[in-house]
Design a protein around this ligand. Structure first.
Ligand SMILES: Cc1cc2nc3c(=O)[nH]c(=O)nc-3n(C[C@H](O)[C@H](O)[C@H](O)COP(=O)(O)OP(=O)(O)OC[C@H]3O[C@@H](n4cnc5c(N)ncnc54)[C@H](O)[C@@H]3O)c2cc1C
Length: 271
């Protein structure tokens, strides 16, 4: 790793770059227990820019999955239904610009289609939620959201435990809640469904759900998390204010119940 120090040589000097030999401490060095990644994870994340670039190499160039992104992005099982770049973006290991220019290169060299456009479109959502935070400030954390909506909200501790532990009446919600607890990741489709179920079906304070996500997500990003939570809870940017029919969603996106089987195993209840 190279670092630029104060009073260090200037770019034109030959000794400009200084080698940093500091060792990155292990979890054990920090007094924490090591852990094993859940083998079912769709998100086998490893930190750092090099790993982010390897993921781009895999998703864009080795497998060319990018050209199918629009068709697969609502998937639930496996590492390649979406780019899985979110955690590196969230912690600053890679920039949206780097990804944008890599998409442009792919469009020139391999294929330009709706899928390549759609990845950029999703990155624009990410930017848009940053803009929403800048525009509305602390409102993104308030019960009425950016719309100042006065809705009926509840705070039921038993429901919270059931939702967190994947013990609700909806197996599809349960599978997703098990996934986030075990891996720190959940697909976009899953996030929309468990959010809608918590806020619109159970009518529980949406901010509790957002805070729970904040405590677990490897890709936690203040703007994307709170912006999406507001959106799906009826106090944000969704002009249609939709409520998901969880059973219909499960049938559409997990028709063979492979996802539910992965996370619920024997406990899975049928539709
Ligand atoms: C309730 C809820 C909470 C969320 N919380 C977060 C969060 O804390 N951090 C986070 O990065 N994303 C969040 N998202 C957005 C989205 O679910 C994740 O970015 C996505 O699932 C990450 O997987 P991916 O990198 O494979 O995404 P891809 O589908 O490959 O998308 C590429 C990139 O576009 C951006 N993106 C995609 N969808 C969205 C979206 N809806 N809003 C904003 N940016 C998007 C992400 O940076 C993502 O890495 C949330 C969505 C919901 C519904």
């Amino acid at each position: 790793m190279f670092v630029l120090r104060k009073n260090s040589p200037q770019p034109q000097d030959k000794d400009f770059l200084e080698v940093n030999t500091t060792k990155i401490p292990s979890l054990e060095n920090l007094g924490l227990e090591d852990f094993q990644q859940d083998s079912r994870s769709a998100f086998p994340f490893k930190g750092g820019e090099d790993e982010a670039l390897k993921r781009i190499q895999h998703y864009f160039w080795d497998t060319c999955q990018l050209q199918y992104y629009k068709k697969t992005r609502n998937g639930l099982v496996g590492a390649d239904y979406s780019s899985k770049l979110s955690a590196w973006l969230a912690n600053g290991s890679i920039s949206a610009k780097t990804i944008y220019w890599e998409v442009k290169k792919f469009e020139k060299q391999i294929k330009k289609n709706q899928s390549t456009y759609w990845l950029i479109f999703e990155l624009i959502w990410r930017d848009y939620f940053k803009y929403i935070s800048l525009k509305h400030g602390n409102k993104i954390f308030q019960l009425g959201g950016i719309l100042n909506k006065n809705l009926d909200w509840n705070n039921d501790k038993k429901m919270l435990q059931e939702w967190i532990n994947g013990k609700t009446k909806e197996p599809f919600v349960n599978a997703n809640m098990k996934e986030i607890a075990a891996t720190g990741f959940m697909s976009n489709r899953g996030r929309q469904n468990v959010n809608s179920f918590w806020a619109k079906e159970l009518q529980q304070d949406w901010r509790i759900g957002a805070a729970y996500f904040e405590s677990l997500l490897l890709d936690y990003d203040v703007h994307s998390n709170w912006g999406n939570w507001m959106y799906n809870s009826g106090v944000g940017n969704d002009p249609r204010d939709r409520k998901f029919n969880i059973k219909t969603q499960a049938k559409r996106y997990d028709p063979d119940q492979k996802y539910q089987q992965t996370w619920l195993g024997g406990q899975r209840e049928l539709f």
